[in-house]
Design a protein. Structure first.
Ligand code: DGY
Length: 319
């Protein structure tokens, strides 16, 4: 049987590359340079599918110019704001993503951001490495205690619920806002807030876990930050676009927000340079899903979707 022809826009982990080589006639990207829309369109010539990644320009224009041979676009990410699903649908192209497999890894990094920011991990590391640690004292690098505090989760989907599960073990009480209230078996002991404003009013700590969309862009703005308890801690492992950088930076400078742990940034890999000048930030290069097994599982999820599609079966994670 001939193997389906696919384009893989970025280098995949070795186990995923192996399975691609076994089951597909693939153009891969060993150099791992980010491909432009033109390059993706050109390299898709004669291909049956495209395995793309977060940030690849799979917008309406690209979708409209993909060769007719392309029937499936499978993104190696749960977020799909870079994929114009409607434009793909109008060309009869099926799109899939990778939900679930990265819930735990991303929730782990949300906790890393909350805990690492509040306990000044990044600043403490810099302090030690730069030879400033001369003597222990009782107020050295005091941070904010997590236990007994209220954690507001903005976006209580699969990842948000995994964050809640972890935060409970730290002794935090869980509050959330979501488009709709969860069923009791998913909500557990968490308190639902009908509006983001109500959630922010009780968020000693805030974890942002909602997808990027026209209704969530700049969700955390100056007006909403003003509603938060003084000295709140903010973590973002969703998308940078959900934060108004001017507002958060001003709040970090004034102390209204005491610490922020950020794994994602608007316009990344570029980020507002002012974040790097602030001692009270923990900054990570979008590593939420970057654990060894998770990155394999994301690749396998893309391939499971493609396998199903090319076998004439329904895809597992259609968008
Ligand atoms: C995702 O899957 O959307 C993560 O942000 C990694 O890109």
């Amino acid at each position: 049987m001939t193997k389906p022809k696919i384009l893989v826009t970025r280098l995949m982990p070795p186990n995923v590359e192996k399975r691609i080589a076994r089951d597909y006639d693939a153009i891969t990207n060993p150099g791992d340079d980010k491909m432009t829309a033109e390059q993706i369109i050109e390299a898709s010539d004669g291909k049956d599918g495209v395995l793309c990644c977060g940030g690849d320009p799979m917008n309406a224009d690209t979708m409209s110019r993909l060769p007719d041979s392309v029937k499936i676009v499978s993104t190696y990410s749960v977020g799909f704001e870079h994929v114009d699903v409607e434009a793909a649908r109008s060309r009869g192209i099926v799109c899939t993503n990778t939900p679930d497999v990265l819930n735990d890894a991303t929730a782990d990094v949300a906790m890393l951001c909350l805990l690492g920011a509040a306990r000044r991990a990044s600043e403490a590391d810099r302090f030690l490495r730069s030879g400033q640690w001369k003597v222990w004292h009782s107020t050295l690098l005091l941070g904010v205690h997590l236990g007994g505090k209220r954690l507001g989760i903005y976006g209580m989907g699969r990842i948000g619920r995994c964050v809640a599960q972890r935060a409970r073990a730290f002794g935090m009480s869980i509050h959330y806002h979501n488009r709709s209230r969860l069923s009791p078996d998913l909500e557990l002991d968490a308190t639902y807030h009908e509006t983001p404003e109500s959630l922010l009013g009780v968020s000693d700590f805030l974890s942002i876990n909602a997808p990027s969309s026209s209704s969530t862009v700049k969700f955390l703005n100056a007006e909403r930050i003003a509603l938060m308890p003084d000295g709140a801690v903010v973590a973002n492992t969703a998308r940078g676009e959900l934060v108004d950088d001017d507002a958060l930076i001003a709040a970090l400078k004034s102390g209204k927000v005491s610490f922020a742990g950020l794994d994602v940034f608007a316009g990344e890999p570029k980020l507002d340079p002012r974040y790097c000048e602030l001692e009270n930030t923990l900054l990570l290069p979008h590593i939420g899903s970057a654990s060894d097994s998770t990155r394999d599982d994301m690749g396998f999820c893309c391939l499971n979707n493609m396998d199903a599609f090319f076998a004439g079966k329904p895809t597992l994670n259609p968008l």
